[in-house]
Design a protein around this ligand. Structure first.
Ligand code: ZN
Length: 463
């Protein structure tokens, strides 16, 4: 540990918060020096340049949201790095991993990677990692993307809804997985079967269907399960590490757990919106809750929540995917942009979902699913835990507080979110990136200083 030149021993001491990491420690002091956690003890008496009294609060590792779409460069009018990262920071997130599609150009080669880093640098309040794309037209560019520092490759097993990001057929996915395995990086899949979803969608639209119920029927659980099973087969065959994003059914998680028990390297992500909302909520509220795979019936929602609370899901992420309001306004529900804006609410929404019927959130499970496991996925051994020597990415949370997000509280470019007015437990109070306050009481602080983070390859498996 480097020592300070002046008389203050630490840059920052956070006093008296309950420390949440592998388990919950009683009230402790946490000291920060040079952006890293320097000491954790019942009482730290040494001088510090800044002292924060956090009695009554919990301190968690900063949230690592591995699934956001900020759409910048090219579609910053949908979100953009500044507003997207500000919302994330206010919500307790200190690192995001941004998806390769919905920006223009999509992140399919070295030049588009560089363009995205340029857009994010000096604009992002939080550290950022980038996913590269895995599509039929850029297999030859995967090595270049890996050399630039992508944290993995994202493939769509069905139509992505974006023209310049093509679905990966089985041959493409197999070849991409072989290359990713060689490069030591995971492949993330949007798992819905193209044959099923395109047939049902074409039939529904040909019959003149435009309703929300018709949209729901066009993306059944079978589409998800068929695709997950095939992705697992390909991962087993190629030795590629597989990450299944936004699983919407307990059966889907079951497929992942079953494969993992057979020694296949596969992990499961879901999002709080699948745990807090059901198909009836979509019918009631419409566009703000449209996503794919879609929200499921209440019993499915509850069973998925049980699996999360039982530790069977690896990662909770927001899949923050906003659009301008006009793309959310259309008479036919099939034509409306699918994507939920939720990165600002990821932490409290996850705490609320984990709380379940018991009325008490398992905060160390939340830290596992929102920080530690994401750090392992992104191969960031220096992030994701409150431990001496790790980055001082921290969030102070008031778990006593039940609150609702007002439209004015949203820091997104467009203040549309299904979480507006929804009661959540656990308000993020203050967020620190490498020991520096980046958000306090619902607003960002200071200038954006997020950095690109790249994988320490080979560290993903180690604890
Ligand atoms: Zn997504």
């Amino acid at each position: 540990m480097t020592m300070n030149a002046d008389s203050s021993r630490f840059d920052l001491v956070i006093r008296g918060a309950k420390v949440v990491s592998e388990r919950v420690l009683g009230e402790h002091d946490v000291a920060v020096q040079d952006g890293k956690i320097a000491e954790i003890a019942g009482r730290i008496d040494a001088d510090a340049r800044q002292v924060i009294d956090a009695h009554g609060l919990h301190v968690l590792p900063g949230v690592i949201d591995v699934h956001v779409h900020f759409n910048d460069p090219g579609r910053a009018h949908w979100e953009g790095w500044t507003t997207g990262s500000a919302a994330a920071a206010v919500g307790g997130t200190t690192t995001v991993a941004e998806m390769p599609l919905n920006a223009s150009p999509p992140t399919l080669d070295g030049a588009s990677f560089d363009a995205k880093v340029t857009a994010a640098s000096g604009a992002s309040f939080v550290d950022f990692a980038l996913w590269g794309g895995l599509t039929p037209v850029n297999l030859g560019d995967m090595a270049e993307l890996a050399a630039r520092g992508v944290i993995g490759f994202k493939a769509f097993m069905c139509n992505s809804g974006i023209e310049d990001f093509l679905a990966a057929d089985d041959a493409t996915l197999r070849e991409g997985m072989l290359r990713a395995a060689e490069l030591g990086l995971p492949v993330a899949v949007h798992a819905e079967d193209e044959a099923i979803t395109s047939r049902l969608t074409t039939e529904a639209r040909a019959a003149g269907e435009r309703s929300i119920r018709a949209y729901l029927a066009s993306r059944p659980p079978e589409a998800e399960l068929t695709a997950i099973a095939r992705a697992i087969e390909l991962a087993a065959e190629t030795g590629c590490e597989l990450y299944v994003v936004h699983i919407s059914t307990p059966e889907g998680v079951g497929l992942v757990r079953d494969a993992a028990s057979r020694g296949i390297a596969v992990r499961a992500e879901t999002c709080p919106h699948y745990l807090l909302f059901a198909d009836d909520d979509l019918v009631l509220h419409g566009a703000a809750l449209k996503c794919s795979p879609p929200l499921r019936p209440l019993p499915t929602q509850e069973a998925l929540g049980e699996m999360v609370r039982g530790g069977l899901v690896d990662v909770l992420a927001s899949d923050h995917s906003p659009s301008p309001p006009e793309m959310k306004a259309h008479e036919g529900f099939f034509a409306i942009w699918g994507g939920i804006a939720g990165c600002q609410s990821l932490l409290p929404a996850s705490l609320s979902a984990i709380e379940g019927a018991s009325g008490e959130a398992d905060v160390s499970l939340a830290a596992e699913l929102l920080a530690h496991n994401p750090a392992r996925l992104l191969q960031q051994p220096g992030k994701g835990r409150i431990r001496i020597g790790m980055d001082a990415d921290l969030v102070l949370v008031d778990l006593r507080e039940e609150f609702t997000v007002a439209q004015d509280d949203l820091r997104y470019r467009h203040s549309i979110s299904p979480y507006v007015g929804f009661p959540l437990r656990g308000r993020p109070v203050q967020t620190f990136l490498r020991g520096v306050t980046i958000a306090r009481a619902g607003n960002v602080v200071g200038r954006p200083q997020g950095r690109l983070i790249t994988p320490a390859r080979g560290s993903g498996i180690a604890d």
